[in-house]
Design a binder for this molecule. Structure first.
Ligand SMILES: Cc1cc2nc3c(=O)[nH]c(=O)nc-3n(C[C@H](O)[C@H](O)[C@H](O)COP(=O)(O)OP(=O)(O)OC[C@H]3O[C@@H](n4cnc5c(N)ncnc54)[C@H](O)[C@@H]3O)c2cc1C
Length: 227
């Protein structure tokens, strides 16, 4: 198996376009397990670890944050700029497995793998994230809600839009034992105006093949004053 370590996204995309059997390698948390179990047999691995563009988190020009795909869960869990409504992403990252997995696993790897039991998809849907999909000829942005299409199936870099004023995010994970995948998780972004709910976005994780929005609960009935 060939191994490549390009230093730019364009180089990585060219390598992947030239060899349809090659796979991008992030932290390898899932990919190496699948290789060891002989579930996949790629002709080459294209490591994304030396691409600076994928390692940054910065303010997006249109507001919000742009998060590189190679940021680890541990980095996101400690990222103070993921505040307000964006805190839902920080909290979900902090509840992934154990420190060793959080140090290896990446945002891009979790998103690309699309495991419905994983923690970040529901949080990204609740935060109304846009996922940037880069190909050799073009880049496009897909709403997180449309990105996760089925079990381990996605439309394939990250963008979090600006959140409503005063929004705050919260992520709850219920698991059989601490550090396990979720039995059910709830990601909520809520904004209050004059003491009343003015915006709500709720997504459940591990509740189906993709994150599940809860429109009835998001309706924010006039006068609702969460206790
Ligand atoms: C023991 C264990 C316990 C875990 N527990 C949890 C848990 O409780 N909650 C949870 O949410 N997750 C959990 N995970 C998943 C983990 O957090 C990682 O998110 C996941 O394994 C992906 O790892 P990675 O980022 O190293 O990607 P890799 O393993 O390197 O890649 C995964 C897949 O995504 C593709 N890929 C990677 N990066 C990109 C990219 N930028 N663009 C396109 N495709 C890409 C690869 O080709 C591969 O197909 C666990 C994993 C392990 C091994």
């Amino acid at each position: 198996m060939d191994f490549h370590q390009p230093t730019s996204l364009d180089q990585a995309l060219a390598l992947l376009a030239a060899d349809p059997e090659a796979l991008p390698l992030a932290g390898g948390a899932t990919l190496m397990a699948m290789l060891n179990a002989e579930l996949i047999e790629p002709s080459a691995l294209v490591s994304l670890s030396a691409i600076d563009e994928l390692q940054t988190i910065e303010a997006a020009p249109e507001g919000g944050l742009r998060i590189g795909a190679m940021l680890s869960h541990a980095t996101l869990a400690a990222e103070g700029r993921l505040a307000g409504g964006h805190a839902v992403v920080r909290q979900a990252a902090a509840q992934i497995a154990h420190p060793s997995v959080r140090n290896i696993g990446t945002l891009g790897g979790a998103v690309a793998h699309g495991d419905p039991s994983s923690d970040l998809p529901a949080a990204l849907v609740a935060a109304d994230a846009r996922i940037e999909v880069a190909g050799s000829t073009a880049r496009r942005r897909v709403a997180a809600e449309d990105f996760f299409e089925d079990y381990l199936t996605s439309a394939l870099q990250e963008g979090l839009p600006a959140q409503p004023a005063g929004a705050f995010g919260h992520y709850e994970k219920f698991a059989r034992v601490h550090g396990d995948y979720a039995t059910l998780s709830v990601a909520v972004v809520l904004a209050m105006k004059e003491g009343k709910c003015s915006f709500a976005r709720i997504a459940l994780g591990a509740a189906g093949p993709t994150p599940v929005r809860v429109p009835d609960a998001e309706a924010c009935p006039a006068g609702l004053r969460p206790g």
